[in-house]
Design a protein around this ligand. Structure first.
Ligand SMILES: Nc1ncnc2c1ncn2[C@@H]1O[C@H](COP(=O)(O)OP(=O)(O)OP(=O)(O)O)[C@@H](O)[C@H]1O
Length: 264
């Protein structure tokens, strides 16, 4: 379980261009957000550019420290044990350059499990499994520098999957992925959720994921403006400048997600 209570995050100093809600100095990016994500929930965090999505989810593993409020993961405050929080909450960043650390694909995906102290056999299993999930099976020896942007995104996703975290946060994960990779990652997210991992997808375009979600939280100017089941949220989100599938339907989780077919 991830629990955020009264979380407020500010950037910068007074006079740097804050919002109307700016009463504590600087720009208020996240404004008094309270949110619980139960184990096994597939949550979408949606909102327009600059609505505070990335800032909010970065508090879940301590990458951003709230100016007010608390975040706890599996019952423990994030600020008490950053290492535990970062093991429990895997994160795929919007820009893979923020995430890739090694020279080759295999070494990069192995980095997380190595730091967790996994055995060589376990590391090999996790790397192979994670690369298969992003449609890059057998490409361990390729150099990161020679990969395309979309391939780098896929390696970044594989790196987070290989940590096998309790909670997985993906910030705009589908932007550069081709169709087979997108389907493969969606299949894996569906399987993870079924196995009890909470999956949190940050996006301003719900077409890929709305059919998989249990709940949608929509942010506007750092505040929770929508917190609803997908069908209800789909009606409210266009007001937040969030794109929703033209013909959303809530088919069962093992059916193709809305937006995955070519139907008009
Ligand atoms: N490092 C930073 N320094 C100063 N301001 C920042 C920083 N990061 C974000 N902001 C500001 O905080 C607000 C929220 O940004 P954030 O990145 O959380 O939004 P977002 O909803 O994830 O946006 P996007 O959809 O564009 O990724 C924006 O006004 C942004 O300009």
């Amino acid at each position: 379980m991830i629990d955020a209570t009264g979380v407020t995050c500010r950037y910068g100093r007074p006079g740097s261009g804050g919002s109307d809600a700016d009463d504590g100095g600087g720009l208020v990016a996240v404004d008094d957000v309270t949110l619980s994500v139960p184990d096994g929930e597939f949550l979408i965090v949606a909102g327009a550019n600059g609505s505070g999505k990335t800032t909010l989810v970065r508090t879940f593993n301590g990458l951003v420290e709230p100016d007010a409020g608390t975040v706890s993961v599996n019952g423990a405050p994030v600020s008490d044990d950053l290492v535990a929080a970062r093991s429990a909450v895997g994160m795929v960043f919007q820009d893979p350059r923020d995430q890739l650390v090694a020279a080759t694909v295999g070494a990069d995906v192995a980095f997380g499990p190595e730091n967790l102290g996994c055995s060589h056999a376990e590391i090999d299993r996790r790397v192979a499994d994670a690369l298969a999930a992003v449609n890059m099976a057998g490409r361990e020896d390729e150099r990161i520098a020679s990969l395309s942007g979309g391939e780098r995104e896929r390696v970044a996703i594989a790196g987070a999957l290989a940590m096998e975290p309790d909670h997985l946060v993906l910030d705009e994960p589908f932007t550069g992925l081709d169709e087979p990779a997108r389907r493969s990652v969606l299949d894996r997210l569906r399987a993870l959720r079924a196995a009890g991992t909470s999956v949190i997808v940050v996006t301003h375009d719900l077409r890929d994921v709305l059919g998989l979600a249990d709940r949608v939280v929509g942010l506007s100017a750092g505040r929770v403006a929508v917190d609803a089941a997908p069908r209800e949220a789909a009606e409210e989100l266009p007001e937040l400048d969030v794109r929703v599938p033209a013909a959303f339907d809530d088919r069962p989780a093992d059916a193709p997600a809305a937006g995955e077919t070519d139907d008009p």
